[in-house]
Design a protein around this ligand. Structure first.
Ligand code: HBI
Ligand code: FE
Length: 263
């Protein structure tokens, strides 16, 4: 598939204004809710509040920091294309931005989700290595027909992951940081479960794509994610074949639960 180009000059002032609104809103909400590596990555990447960033400029910072780069895609790409990109340290980003009436919720990823949500953590060397390892694992999972289990790992870490810190729980998941409501809900609402990360537990757990998550998984260090992807997953897939799937909100007796942050 020939890579698309981002036509940065084609963006209208109204589209840049939508980016500004989303950026400024999330910058305020995330100041004490996103983890420090996310905030550091956002700053180091030089993503401006002023308008939709130019991939060429972002790629200079990104390639220098972790040898990742952004490739423009029209939208969701097939799984094998997606994993092939990640396995080669390329992140497929959409170029369109949501409409004014979609500020609070959008089903599929737009440029704000892909760039504001995903790029800052790709500036972190350990997380950048995890994402490449995940891509390589995805290509293997496709061959073993275990994509669904691996998609859950992506969902509950890259998209909706939380990390425990000395100051309380913080956000690193891209699906959360690009969503105003969920950035607050995931840390401070008493409703969702916050379960200590366990690889098999995550891969057994179904997820919702149309509402806030009923469970979040909490890591202690990003190295945990990279280490989890190092072994060969074949024995895991055998164990998953013997275990039942779990509903998003279901709890197991041996789940280690964490408290949310006081509002
Ligand atoms: N395509 N552009 C794009 N972005 C994604 O996040 C994405 C995708 N295709 C497939 C996919 N994600 C999922 O299958 C993964 O979550 C496993
Ligand atoms: Fe995403």
């Amino acid at each position: 598939m020939k890579d698309l180009e981002q036509d940065w000059n084609a963006y209208t002032p109204e589209q840049h204004a939508i980016w500004r609104t989303l950026f400024r809103r999330q910058e305020t909400i995330l100041a004490r809710r996103a983890c420090q590596p996310f905030l550091d990555g956002l700053k180091a990447l030089g993503v401006e509040a002023e308008g939709i960033p130019d991939f060429r400029r972002l790629n200079e910072a990104l390639e220098r920091a972790t040898r990742w780069r952004i490739v423009a895609v029209p939208g969701l790409v097939p799984d094998d294309v997606f994993f092939e990109h990640l396995a080669n340290r390329r992140f497929p980003s959409t170029c369109f931005i949501r409409r004014e009436d979609q500020l609070d919720y959008l089903q599929e990823p737009d440029i704000f989700h892909d760039i504001f949500g995903h790029m800052p953590m790709l500036m972190n060397p350990v997380f950048a290595d995890y994402m490449e390892a995940y891509g390589k694992g995805g290509l293997k999972a496709l061959r073993l027909h275990n994509l669904e289990h691996l998609a859950r790992l992506y969902w509950y870490t890259v998209e909706f992951g939380l990390i425990a810190t000395l100051d309380g729980i913080r956000i690193y998941g891209s699906g959360i940081v690009s969503s105003k409501g969920e950035s607050i809900y995931c840390l401070e609402d008493p409703k969702p479960n916050r379960i200590a990360f366990d690889l098999l537990r995550v891969m057994r757990t179904r997820y919702r794509i149309d509402d806030y998550q009923e469970s979040y998984f909490v890591i202690d260090r990003f190295e945990q994610l990279f280490d989890a992807t190092q072994p060969d997953f074949t024995p895991y897939y055998a164990e998953l074949a013997r275990s039942s799937d779990l509903e998003p909100g279901e709890l197991l007796a041996d789940d280690r639960l964490l408290q949310g942050n006081a509002a």
